[in-house]
Design a protein around this ligand. Structure first.
Ligand code: PAF
Length: 276
């Protein structure tokens, strides 16, 4: 496994074609490894980037304390048979005077995560566009855990004609249902016990849909569970169209429930398809 730190070295280190690319912010877990395994199964060459992207963190967010463990990440990727890992510094990707951004505008980025984290998606699409230019992948892999991010990246790829396929990979969960996230390490033991209720709320919405209840009834069933979580401030719970993220009054195929909220020490998000 080759480790590259300077963008200028990537050109010579990558093959011409056949690249499956997995962008990450490191502190890897089984969710990331699911992306890597899918990439390994579908591409002759697998490249992973590890970069905690300052552009996608707002003021007061957790950029400085975001968990990092380079040695552990590299050992995990080596064991998965990854061909190349890119580990740039912020200065290497954003040199002095950097002032070009890629932004998907409109309703897709204005609601939910876009409303609660201003500038977040602009930071994500800017770094992902840069990485796509550096790697020229045939396929790029993203987790469904960040379902809105996945939709925003698909939109950017379509609008800017990036010649690649975006592959969404299902969320990996702890046995109690909590979606894996690098940020779960922040949870206090008490809140770790409460956190699976986010998934239980999503399941309650799905159960309501399956038993023929309305979108409003499904939302009410989920919110009744979220209301019981101590110290948890709900940012949003909504059932939306899976492509446009418009709120729904009636069920549509693929309807997705989205949830986000904050314990004092960490913000959590999750989602689930609730209507087939
Ligand atoms: O999902 C993430 O880990 C990040 O948002 C990404 C896609 C690697 C861009 O920094």
């Amino acid at each position: 496994m080759r480790v590259v730190r300077r963008p200028q070295e990537l050109g010579a280190a990558l093959p011409r074609g056949g690249v499956g690319f997995v962008p990450t912010m490191g502190y890897l877990h089984e969710g990331h490894l699911a992306l890597v395994r899918r990439a390994r199964a579908e591409n002759p060459f697998v490249a992973v980037s590890i970069f905690v992207n300052p552009l996608q963190f707002g003021p007061g967010e957790d950029y400085d304390r975001y968990p990092r463990d380079e040695a552990r990440d590299l050992a995990m990727l080596e064991a998965e048979g990854v061909d190349l890992v890119f580990l740039p510094t912020p200065e290497a990707l954003y040199p002095e005077g950097f002032s070009t951004h890629v932004e998907v505008t409109g309703p897709l980025t204005e609601r939910f995560e876009g409303a609660h984290r201003p500038g977040h998606f602009r930071g994500v699409t800017t770094v992902v566009a840069k990485l796509f230019h550096l790697f020229h992948p045939d396929r790029a892999y993203f987790g469904e855990k960040d379902f809105q991010q996945l939709a925003v990246i698909r939109h950017m790829v379509r609008d800017l004609n990036f010649p690649l396929e975006v592959v969404g990979v299902p969320t990996v969960r702890e046995p109690d249902g909590l979606a894996l996230s690098s940020r779960n390490v922040y949870l206090t033991p008490e809140h770790r016990k409460e956190a699976p209720k986010l998934y239980r709320a999503l399941l309650a919405a799905r159960e309501a849909a399956r038993s023929g209840r309305s979108v409003a009834e499904a939302e009410a069933a989920a919110k009744a569970i979220l209301d019981t979580i101590p110290d948890f401030a709900l940012d949003y719970f909504a059932i939306v169209h899976p492509g446009t993220f418009a709120s729904l009054e009636d069920w549509v195929p693929g309807a997705r429930a989205l949830v986000a909220g904050r314990f004092p020490e960490v913000r959590l998000i999750d989602n689930l398809e609730v209507y087939p």
